[in-house]
Unconditional design. Structure first.
Length: 448
């Protein structure tokens, strides 16, 4: 069953000659940050390619409540910022919907301004504990009053005389790091965050893009990020890169479907996110990065993927796992069409995603004629080479958008069609997946 009640069975049939441009959705992490930093700059920031999902729209609404002007004209979002420390006290409760990243970063951004704000969310967000972000914000002098267990609804009283903070994150979390760095903007002196394990660095890159002084160094303690407080942030013109996790699907389809040549423009190639594309190239994929450039401090390129009949199985380095954790399901599909074994170690996190992704992929691949071995922290796909994957079975999506999309990509190059029991969940991350793929020439349809 999809989240909308009725299951939406889907089917993918052998397709050749995928051609065209695939415009995938914008990157959510960068969309949130461009609105928040735009609101903290002095002057007008213009953003194109913003991901207009509900989570990001809730962040736009929150920035309006704090006094920034945020409006969409044509394809561009205009944010008239109020400057660091310039947030006004909101006249209403800030509803962040389902967005954990949104609420945690907004709390950080306002925690060092002497105003009060009350935050709430939907039933799911209101269950999530906020202490992991309110604890470090308390060090700046902010106070939080919420429900038991540090849950929303919660009122934050911003610090009147904020102190700079030195904080070691207890668990790797880009959201907590970002909240502390955003709070550090309105504090004097240097705010320092120490990460034992590096996490996505979108905040550091974008803060630097807006003119803040941010330095990062690797030390024995871990990665040390130092932000100099009270900068004047300069407004930016931001082109939000498109989401690398979404780009994975049209790219992988082109590699396994005969006669294909697909361009996926404006993809973020941040090294903390782009491990899949480097892995595919090591397997012998005809995948090139064209028009490489930088947008808002992020490396970006247009990806061109062409049919690659001579893919080889490889050993994927375990240290690459963090930069491609969401892409292992579709990598396993490509591995099925490679010659030899693709071994993927260091991936136990896949067992606790929206579903147990190793188990879900292993069961579905075996049903479609591909041998898979698995352990707690690794799995191996025995590739059959191009044109030798039978297909013909139904795969269970387990309400997991990435599992559903991966098996539909598989069916584009198998001898017999592949069915997926429910494609409904695809809408959560990639609502245009079906029309985008069919426009390239992929035979994906509802099985009704």
């Amino acid at each position: 069953m999809s989240s909308h009640g009725e299951a939406i069975p889907m089917i993918a049939r052998r397709s050749t000659g995928l051609h065209g441009e695939a415009h995938v959705p914008g990157d959510k992490s960068i969309s949130h940050r461009s609105l928040i930093l735009g609101a903290m700059a002095v002057g007008e920031t213009r953003v194109t390619g913003l991901l207009e999902g509900q989570d990001v729209l809730d962040t736009a609404k929150a920035m309006r409540a704090f006094g920034a002007q945020v409006e969409k004209r044509g394809d561009t979002w205009h944010v008239q910022g109020v400057g660091v420390g310039g947030f006004a006290e909101p006249g209403q409760v800030i509803d962040c919907g389902n967005s954990g990243p949104g609420v945690r970063q907004i709390m950080g951004a306002m925690a060092t301004t002497p105003i009060a704000a009350t935050f709430t969310g939907d039933a799911s967000l209101n269950k999530r504990p906020m202490a992991r972000v309110t604890d470090p914000l308390a060090l700046f002098g902010a106070r939080a009053h919420g429900r038991s267990g540090g849950r929303l609804p919660m009122t934050i009283l911003g610090a009147r005389d904020p102190l700079p903070v030195r904080y070691a994150t207890p668990v790797p979390s880009a959201q907590v790091k970002s909240a502390v760095l955003l709070a550090g903007l309105a504090a004097p002196g240097e705010t320092v965050v120490i990460e034992r394990e590096a996490t996505r660095d979108h905040s550091e890159r974008m803060l630097a893009g807006f003119g803040a002084r941010v330095t990062t160094e690797e030390t024995d303690e871990g990665r040390v990020i130092t932000l100099t407080g009270q900068p004047e942030l300069r407004p930016q013109d931001i082109v939000v890169p498109r989401d690398p996790s979404s780009a994975a699907f049209p790219v992988c389809a082109a590699l396994i479907c005969e006669g294909s040549d697909v361009l996926v423009p404006n993809i973020g190639l941040n090294p903390t996110r782009a491990g899949l594309f480097f892995t595919l190239r090591e397997m012998g994929a005809d995948l090139s990065f064209e028009n490489e450039r930088e947008e808002g401090g992020e490396p970006v390129a247009d990806l061109r993927a062409r049919f690659s009949p001579d893919l080889k199985g490889i050993e994927v380095p375990p240290e690459r796992a963090a930069s491609m954790i969401d892409e292992y399901p579709v990598l396993a599909v490509v591995a099925a069409f490679a010659e030899g074994k693709t071994h993927m170690p260091g991936v136990k996190e896949l067992r606790v995603k929206e579903s147990d992704r190793i188990d879900a992929m292993a069961v579905g691949l075996r049903a479609n004629g591909v041998e898979v071995e698995e352990g707690e922290d690794w799995w191996t796909v025995h590739g059959r080479g191009h044109g030798n994957v039978p297909g013909g079975a139904e795969a269970q999506s387990h309400l997991d958008h990435r599992i559903a999309m991966s098996f539909l990509i598989l069916g584009l190059a198998t001898a017999e069609p592949v069915r997926v029991d429910d494609g409904g969940p695809i809408a959560t991350s990639f609502p245009v997946f079906e029309p985008l793929m069919t426009a390239l020439g992929a035979a994906i349809s509802r099985a009704g």
